[in-house]
Design a protein around this ligand. Sequence first.
Ligand SMILES: [Zn+2]
Length: 308
Amino acid sequence: MSLRHDTEAFDAFCKRYESEEDCIVALYNAKWPNGFRCPNCQCHHAYLISTRRLPLYECYSCKKQTSLIKGTIMEGSRTSLRLWLRAIHLHARSNSINALQLSNLLEVTYKTAWLICHKIRYAMRQADSMILLAGIVRVTDAICYKRLTSTFELHKQEQPLLIGASGSEDGNIGYLKIEHQSKMSLRDKYDCPNPKPFILKHVDPRFSENVIITRRFGKTMNKALVWESHYLSSWMGRMFRGIGPKHLQAYINQYCYHSNHPSVGRFGILLIDSAIAHTITYPALTGRPITHRSLNRSRVAWRSQKAI
Ligand SMILES: [Zn+2]
């Protein structure tokens, strides 16, 4: 998709979801497609309390109150639904968006944009983790950010991967799973990560005996799977200027989500997935509490990386 098409689509989206009320209706329908359901007792009837910024629902039966954003990735956020929906739309686009671009476009701080991006990726991860690979499943090792070096050691930027996909007899890729692997488990760059934990986690047990394991080189190489690592590296380099190992899996999850859900209708699916996914906090994402100093440091690092 061209930049012009993306801009036109975004403008049309902003017009369609112009008011907070429009977004409340969209999120309500995504969260409760069959009408309100109390998270405590499953009752379908509630009193509406509309004196808050977002509507509050009091269960007719158990009297428990629940907000529209409770139990969604937006839980605890003070950002308007209008901006959240725009961020979800931008993440559903094939080109996606990075945190700095989102910060500029939505006119929010880098801290807010960074958290929104990661919360949306977290929803993608939760949704895709519910689906296991089945049928003809192929698994290969691969390398992210592959470098042409003559040593036996992995370059410091190279990251080992396992890639698995369900597919057809002709080798076309169906559902895709990619997992970042630890370098510690490898003897050298030609060693293969142990595929057993990957298969246990991502393959339907009824098909685990029939998994075809291939290598990223040699006679057994599955080109379609290995090329996924090149596409992934290229997308991350172009869009995010490269990602370090700490958060690599989150970006890989986004890449897989895009591969697993066609671009047409992806916003609607991502909105539903965001409406039923638990949120994740900044400390859980980074392993440290929020401080203005740490976020400013991240921003400066991103900018200097961009300037190289
Ligand atoms: Zn209830």
